[in-house]
Design a protein around this ligand. Structure first.
Ligand SMILES: [Mg+2]
Length: 269
């Protein structure tokens, strides 16, 4: 061992090359788990734009390791825009829905029509991408963390497009006999435009649309879990629950199984 250290020291001081040096280097270096590969996929070089590892930031967000964040990091706006508008977001969403459909197809229903599935709306059933594509994926929100006025004006247009993957799940559930329930942080005064928007985008056959009372002050987790409790108390069985925020799927009763769609745009606690 002492000899090996001496050889290494000599190699470090005087420099060397070839297999002998490589072997010595491997002996003392931390074990290599896997060769690092260049960043690829969504964002490409933007994955590390401005020195910020945006792909790592997104993973921390999706895994709920990062909480209470207020804006997309300014240097990751390009990365997030690329992710959302390119194919990556759709691919990630499709994987979630594939799992949800497989789970739903394996359910044993009681035959009394009591099984329901809870759907969030924004960034789950409908997409607000046109709003963010216009206002920026971080830059504008950096200046003003959440511009409720301009966002609500967008909601009132009723023009939000469908998330096709979620609609695939929605229709599958109806065909199986599971009743969809929309549970949204949108407020009751937005009911008419929300219904119109959902219908325009091809949704029909939901059992219930639950909106938040105007002026209701509570966290999303408290509000949404409270509404799910009401469903359960009314005799319904929540077999599934899907949303883009962790606050959609946390809080008892959360549902027999939950599914988290990607959303690196904003955080709702
Ligand atoms: Mg949402």
């Amino acid at each position: 061992m002492a000899t090996a250290r001496l050889v290494l020291l000599v190699a470090l001081v005087f420099g060397t090359s070839g297999g002998a040096w490589a072997a010595q280097k491997e002996d003392v270096a931390a074990p290599v788990i896997h060769a690092l590969r260049p960043l690829a996929g969504s964002g490409g070089h933007l994955g590390r734009h401005g020195g910020v590892p945006c792909d790592s930031w997104r993973l921390a967000v999706e895994a709920y390791n990062m909480r209470d964040w207020r804006t997309v990091p300014a240097s990751c706006e390009g990365y997030v825009g690329n992710y959302m508008l390119g194919g990556h977001y759709r691919r990630d969403s499709a994987v979630v829905v594939d799992e949800a459909v497989a789970y739903a197809e394996g359910l044993k229903l009681g035959g009394k029509g009591k099984e329901v599935w809870v759907f969030d709306i924004d960034e789950t059933s409908l997409s607000n991408l046109p709003y963010y594509a216009t206002h920026g994926f971080g830059y504008v929100t950096l200046l003003s963390p959440y511009n409720a006025t301009s966002f609500n004006a967008y909601v009132l247009e009723g023009s939000a497009p469908v998330l096709p993957e979620t609609q695939r799940l929605f229709r599958k559930l109806i065909s199986l006999g599971v009743k969809p329930v929309f549970l949204t942080g949108r407020t009751e005064d937005q009911r008419a435009i929300t219904v119109a928007n959902l219908r325009r985008q091809g949704y029909s056959g939901w059992m219930k649309l639950v909106l938040k009372p105007v002026g209701f002050k509570a966290s999303a987790i408290v509000y949404k879990s409270g509404e799910r409790k009401k469903l359960q108390d009314a005799g319904y069985v929540i077999v599934g629950n899907i949303g883009d925020q962790w606050s959609d799927i946390l809080g008892t009763p959360e549902g027999a199984r939950t599914f988290k769609l990607p959303d690196p745009l904003y955080y709702i606690g």
